[in-house]
Design a protein around this ligand. Structure first.
Ligand code: SIN
Length: 485
């Protein structure tokens, strides 16, 4: 079993202790590339979630009272350990998630970059002194930690999505109870172990592992001591968590689904557009919320773009993420594969043409061929739903106004991309797109320095950048009187 070699914990981490579920239940974690069981992990429920919340509550005042510089040093040490052990962490991530080892290593460094960023931001939580209408008082504004935060994190970036929430929360002086996805708990557990080694005090960062997502999520959202819920995942689950959090009026950050348009104008640098399309679409086998989901290509360049993209995609190396040179791994589970197959079959039945791929891949049960489909129309399911698979649907367009209307015609508003060499068009279209993030002549826009997040039903709140810290801070106004002589 992998975890015995890699010294990765398989118990939950609550109040600085590694523990099993009270009822001793465990669940298997499997490698999606091979189907092999790689670990058996504590299957927690409500009791363990409550214990973690109590620990986070008890630890919060002390953690928030530490000088920011000390919190910063601990976060920085955590980042250093993660970078030092990036290869080991990447292997665990690849085995539980399936993504290529090079991408997994990139994700570990990406996750560590949030620790570095927020270690620095921790020291910059500035207040204000506002002029008052009275000579005898002064208006002071200070910022304080929100308190206990609950994080529910996804399987597609099991390290980075956790670290970008935890780093911001802890930098602000909050404590956290995190529930990682049941498909990929190991990356969260090994991260917690490094946090422990870095000196994160008991109770400040807790991990509740388990398959009983509704029970754990129900407790995290209902509990009055949890002051904020932060979630990355589907819009459907986000809506449910918001509903459940309403009774205790929690703060929330929601990073939900997307339906990213990737727009290529006639005047684009085609080499850059094709590189951007491959990077955006096939990262993590198409299983990211910011993946290009609809590729809009202007009529004049459609034949060349389609031909060149299909050739590049046909040459992608598919296989077990541990295979040398692997570029595309498996889908996470049967449901992901079935959805991809359904959307491609429906598009074909509706008259779209598969240029490359379009079927399961021989590499294993959960592999799908990297696929390019042309002749897709906006009303097809494949252009309406988040594909979350390695399939690039091409949709033709003629005018700027037409493509803006189609790009915005969705409930989602997370990421969008556009390729053009006309700077006026780049500004016009960039501003007209109803999305939280727009990549202009770039297919990957993620960075700890940037505010990641969406609009519309892709959610709210920002992660990363200086804005990411604000999401874990409350504003307090203090009126200081008695100042007249
Ligand atoms: C996501 O897909 O949810 C996050 C992707 C990223 O941070 O780049």
């Amino acid at each position: 079993m992998l975890v015995a070699n890699a010294a990765c914990p398989t118990q939950a981490y609550i109040d600085g202790r590694w523990c099993d579920a009270a009822d001793e239940r465990r669940f298997d974690v499997t490698n999606p590339s091979t189907g092999a069981v790689i670990a058996s992990v504590a299957d927690c429920g409500v009791a363990e979630t409550r214990a973690a919340i109590a620990a986070a509550k008890a630890a919060q005042p002390g953690w928030a009272a530490l000088p920011a510089g000390q919190r910063s040093t601990i976060l920085r040490r955590w980042r250093d350990l993660m970078v030092e052990r990036a290869d080991e962490l990447a292997l665990i991530l690849t085995r539980e998630n399936g993504k290529p080892l090079s991408e997994a290593r990139g994700e570990i460094l990406y996750g560590a970059s949030y620790l570095e960023w927020f270690a620095e931001e921790a020291k910059r939580v500035y207040g204000e002194v506002v002029p008052s209408s009275s000579a005898s008082n002064r208006i002071l504004v200070i910022k304080q930690a929100v308190g206990v935060c609950a994080a529910i994190t996804p399987w597609n970036f099991p390290n980075a999505m956790l670290m970008r929430k935890a780093a911001a929360a802890l930098a602000a002086g909050c404590t956290m109870v995190a529930k990682p996805a049941a498909e990929t708990p190991l990356s969260a557990l090994i991260a917690a172990k490094l946090g422990e080694e870095a000196g994160v005090p008991a109770g400040v960062f807790n991990i509740v592992t388990g398959t009983r997502a509704a029970e754990i999520g129900g407790e995290l959202t209902a509990h009055p001591d949890v002051r904020k819920i932060t979630f990355t995942g589907s819009t459907a689950v986000g809506r449910k968590l918001l509903e459940q959090s309403a009774a205790t009026v929690k703060k929330a950050s929601m990073e939900l689904g997307g339906n990213a348009p990737f727009i290529v104008f006639d005047d684009a640098d085609l080499d850059a557009a094709i590189d951007g399309a491959v990077a955006s679409k096939f990262r993590n086998a198409g299983q990211t919320c910011v993946c290009a989901n609809r590729m809009f290509v202007q009529a004049g360049i459609m034949p060349e773009f389609a031909r060149r993209l299909a050739a590049r995609v046909a040459a992608l190396k598919v296989g077990d993420g541990e295979m040398t040179g692997c570029e595309v791994g498996p889908l996470i589970n049967e449901a992901g594969l079935a959805k991809t197959e359904r959307l491609v079959a429906a598009a074909r039945a509706d008259g779209a043409k598969v240029l490359t791929g379009g079927a399961k891949h021989v590499a294993g049960e959960l592999f799908y061929q990297p696929t390019v489909i042309e002749g897709v129309r906006q009303e097809m399911d494949i252009a309406q739903e988040e594909i979350f698979g390695p399939v690039a649907p091409l949709i033709g367009f003629d005018t700027e106004a037409e493509v803006i209307a189609m790009a915005n015609d969705t409930i989602y508003g997370l990421a969008a991309y556009l390729f053009t060499r006309d700077i006026g068009r780049a500004w016009r279209v960039g501003e007209a797109l109803e999305y939280g993030m727009v990549g202009i002549n770039e297919g990957i826009l993620s960075s700890a320095a940037a505010p990641f997040g969406g609009v519309k039903q892709s959610g709210f709140g920002r992660e990363g950048s200086r804005h990411g810290l604000e999401d874990y801070l409350e504003i307090k106004y203090m009126l200081m009187g008695g100042l007249s002589a």
